[in-house]
Design a protein around this ligand. Structure first.
Ligand SMILES: Cc1cc2nc3c(=O)[nH]c(=O)nc-3n(C[C@H](O)[C@H](O)[C@H](O)COP(=O)(O)O)c2cc1C
Length: 198
């Protein structure tokens, strides 16, 4: 059975981003997959302090982080999954602060000892699949053009060993406090969920 782990970087449970993730996961479950959703807003994740302990360890496995929080167990779950969903609203043109904090902690997947010019991803193999979800108040076309957010989430997916097979960009997502997904968005979410595990 395939498994999907979704990382939700929205502050609002039941908001547009979360609802879109639910559609994707429901569709994956209909294909026989098991799914799990992790809300970053509930997770104890500290900031990367740039101590470089994790990046100095050799090998293909992620370096061990010296911070004692939930990041390690979240990464264990992702590593055991066949597919991932990375979802975030657009805030000030980029991912939410909690999503950025999560992404910065992915530095443990890079080998970067002192003296080396830049980080090198330990294992560039992309054996998983990923879907990236973004929501914005601005229309999707404009928001996507103005922001590097999709690229950032794709990069994060790549570091986690996943090739992005689909992007769901939901524009005009801040019209009402409880906004429903349009039929078109729901349909696309369903199709991406299916593709993720087929
Ligand atoms: C602090 C903050 C900053 C925001 N910045 C942007 C922005 O730069 N561009 C944009 O289109 N929408 C922006 N928005 C609107 C959010 O993207 C929108 O409310 C969100 O996609 C809804 O997702 P949710 O239902 O999961 O909370 C911002 C919202 C907040 C609260």
């Amino acid at each position: 059975m395939k498994s999907v782990t979704a990382i939700v970087g929205s502050y609002r449970k039941g908001g547009v981003t979360d609802t879109a993730v639910d559609e994707i996961l429901a569709s994956a479950r209909e294909e026989g997959a098991e799914t799990r959703k992790i809300y970053l807003v509930d997770a104890h994740i500290e900031f990367c302090m740039n101590c470089r302990k994790c990046t100095r360890q050799e090998g293909l496995r992620r370096g061990e982080c010296c911070i004692d929080d939930e990041m390690g167990s979240i990464l264990d779950k992702i590593e055991l999954s066949d597919a991932i969903v990375l979802a975030s609203p657009m805030n000030f043109g980029t991912v939410t602060a909690i999503m950025k904090r999560f992404i910065e902690r992915l530095v443990c997947y890079a080998y970067w000892p002192w003296g080396m010019h830049g980080p090198k991803i330990r294992n560039p193999r992309k054996s998983k699949r990923a879907v990236v979800v973004v929501s914005s108040a601005a229309p999707s076309l404009i928001a996507r053009l103005m922001s590097k957010m999709v690229g950032l989430l794709k990069t994060a997916a790549g570091i986690l060993g996943a090739k992005t097979t689909g992007v769901l960009f939901i524009g005009i997502a801040a019209r009402r406090p409880e906004q429903e997904l349009s039929r078109r968005t729901r349909k696309k979410a369903r199709s991406l969920g299916k593709k993720l595990v087929s």
